[in-house]
Design a protein around this ligand. Structure first.
Ligand code: NDP
Length: 607
């Protein structure tokens, strides 16, 4: 006889009935098996060579030209998204003025520069997601801001901290090489620049290089095709009216597709959504900012709110829930980083997923479509999504879900897309297939960093990331790397980015103040941090192994390497506390430090 478990609702979004844990375990394992592939991450096609047009910048002026630059700066920051902007802002706040951001995009903004697909928004609350709100005196207009508002905020940060003045935009770094004789980094670019920098900081982003699915026939398609992160408004029209007579296909049903499918559904003649694995789609409940609430905010409000969100979403407890949304109500009961015992966590997860599936059942009218939209895996196996119009879009007559039963699209032809032997003719094919994860650093960034004694970062990290605090790398003096690797876990990336940016700015400011010419993490300090990261990853390792494939678990190949390359799983604010304590000690512990000599005085380098 089946043993059913009754579980009170995890969140109040939908109710679900009793469930049979054994049956769910079996179903999840079956669905996982169906999706496992021998080619792992190499199933994807890199955007280069014949595919390089998919990476072209639709927003830049292609005729832009400028003279090459040959000069010196104190700090060169590669990337002008939130990472570069926050390093710049935090440096300026500490009196380090000679900062240059370099970015291949034609403006600042990073993710929010590139991604402008219809429906784009951030599903983390804007009051905690958008940095420096108090410093800039800005209050977002909605609880979940749209992409355009976030992009405008990026520009506001650059203006406020005067970061445009010295920036090199529409400029691709070709190489970054350590010059031992002058203790400088030499940065060369596609514009013929030779920029020397005392310090370099990498703020290249995490999900920044689009990828395409390696589907048979992908080069055969004769219609119009593009990736969501390079939306072609010239073809679609800014109001999407260019699609009103078109048959449009979209491959992928991750967080990006969840946001743009409802907008496409309203605009196109026919929409075909090609699905390999359904996302979890929970309630969004966006609302405009209430002026009275905004007026009531007291100084220090944003940092308090961010820390409260961070604590609640990273497994901690607090008497208050300031954000009080789907993320926090969920993670309070179902910590992402779980220390509450495996069985309780599994039951809470089953209950949550039953709620998610019940929501699909309640919203989607066609029974077969509803069945196909139900996700069968642990809740945190994939990026949770929140939307109030995505599932509803499948009730429209012009929208069809083409489920591939976990196998993915079979073939792309000159006319369209084939699944189960049926060809779906299309005028336009949109790839919502995400971004490279797990490929080498130089493949993702497009350049190599060459450190002391000619050591490349690719060689250094050939067997996995090695760093001190996720930021400093032995062999790469005066170099800082912002990334998720070996850095504190969060669902709110700007929190991590700002934690690292404050740290980097402090190190630079203090090195300059104290006449330090070179500082470099020792290999002992680095080894100790790598060990800590690997050891802490045990809280998440089991889940990674049992999860359905995706970029979180290297397409189902969770292994020791993934544990090393991923987040540092400490308690909610532990990572920030470790960096704070290190700075408070003020002794540059774990670093080899060389003082300035008369040959490398700062004269002439600082504006
Ligand atoms: P994802 O990598 O999450 O999704 C890619 C999609 O493409 C998946 O549904 C995948 O299926 C599918 N796919 C890949 N290959 C094939 C194939 N051969 N046939 C059919 N389908 C295929 O990319 P996204 O751009 O959606 O999101 C990336 C990340 O960006 C998110 O996880 C999130 O972190 C961030 N994001 C955040 C937002 C926010 O509001 N904060 C909004 C949007 C994105 P499968 O699942 O089976 O692999």
């Amino acid at each position: 006889m089946k043993k059913l478990v009754h579980y009170s609702a995890v969140t109040s979004s939908s109710s679900a009935g009793p469930f049979d844990p054994d049956a769910l375990r079996t179903k999840y394992a079956e669905e996982r098996r169906r999706r496992l592939r021998s080619d792992g991450i190499s199933q994807y096609v890199e955007i280069s060579g014949a595919f390089s047009r998919f990476g072209d910048d639709p927003w830049a002026d292609p005729g832009f030209e400028r003279e090459p630059i040959a000069d010196s700066v104190d700090v060169a920051v590669v990337g002008a998204g939130f990472g570069g902007l926050l390093i710049g802002a935090r440096c300026k706040q500490l009196g380090v003025d000679n900062v240059r951001m370099i970015d291949k995009a034609a403006d600042v903004g990073g993710t929010w520069y590139w991604n402008r697909y219809p429906g784009i928004a951030c599903d983390v609350e804007s009051y905690v997601y958008m940095p420096l709100l108090e410093e800039l005196g800005y209050i977002p207009t909605e609880k979940y801001a749209k992409g355009a508002e976030i992009f405008a905020h990026c520009r506001r940060i650059a203006e406020h901290y005067d970061l445009y003045r010295n920036a090199c935009l529409q400029t691709e770094v070709r190489e970054i090489r350590w010059q031992q004789d002058s203790s400088r980094w030499l940065i060369t670019t596609d514009r013929g620049d030779e920029i020397r920098a005392r310090f370099v900081a990498m703020a290249n982003g995490y999900l920044q290089k689009p990828k395409l699915p390696g589907i048979k026939g992908i080069t055969d398609f004769k219609g119009h095709a593009f990736h969501t992160s390079r939306w072609d408004y010239t073809y679609t029209g800014t109001d999407l009216s260019g699609l009103s007579d078109k048959r449009v296909g979209i491959i992928g049903t991750g967080a990006t597709a969840i946001q743009c499918v409802p907008r496409l559904a309203e605009a196109v003649r026919e929409l075909f959504v090609f699905q390999r694995t359904p996302s979890t789609v929970d309630v969004r409940a966006n609302r405009p900012t209430e002026p009275e609430w905004a007026a009531s905010l007291e100084p220090g409000w944003q940092q308090r709110r961010i820390e409260n969100f961070q604590i609640l979403t990273a497994g901690g407890t607090s008497d208050e829930d300031l954000v009080d949304d789907a993320w926090t109500s969920l993670t309070k009961k179902m910590p992402i980083v779980n220390e509450g015992g495996p069985n309780a966590a599994e039951m809470a997860d089953f209950a949550k997923m039953e709620e998610i599936r019940a929501r699909v059942q309640a919203v989607v009218t066609d029974a077969a479509t509803a069945e196909a939209l139900k996700p069968w895996y642990g809740y945190y196996c994939k990026r949770p999504c929140f939307h109030d119009e995505y599932l509803q879009a499948f009730n429209r007559d012009n929208v069809s879900l083409v489920d591939t039963h976990g196998r993915g699209v079979e073939q792309i032809t000159a006319n369209g897309v084939t699944v189960d032997g049926v060809e779906y003719p299309l005028d336009c094919l949109i790839f919502a297939t995400g971004f490279e994860v797990g490929t080498s650093y130089s493949q993702r960034t497009g350049f190599e960093i060459i450190g002391r004694d000619g050591l490349t970062l690719t060689d250094k990290w050939a067997d996995g990331v090695r760093s001190l605090h996720g930021v400093h790398v032995s062999g790469f003096p005066n170099c800082f790397i912002e990334s998720i690797a070996q850095s504190g876990f969060t669902v709110n990336f700007p929190y991590l980015i700002d934690t690292q940016s404050r740290h980097i700015a402090w190190v630079i400011a203090n090195a300059l103040k104290n006449g330090i010419a070179e500082l470099e993490a020792t290999s002992d300090a680095e080894a100790a941090w790598v060990d800590t990261v690997v050891q802490r990853s045990s809280v998440i390792a089991g889940r990674r192994e049992s999860c359905t494939p995706g970029y979180y678990n290297r397409e189902g190949r969770a292994d020791a390497r993934l544990n090393q390359d991923s987040f540092f799983f400490g308690s909610p604010t532990e990572y920030a506390d470790i960096l704070d304590a290190w700075r408070s000690a003020g002794s540059f512990e774990g670093f080899a430090v060389r003082q300035v000599t008369h040959t490398d005085q700062y004269s002439g380098d600082r504006s």
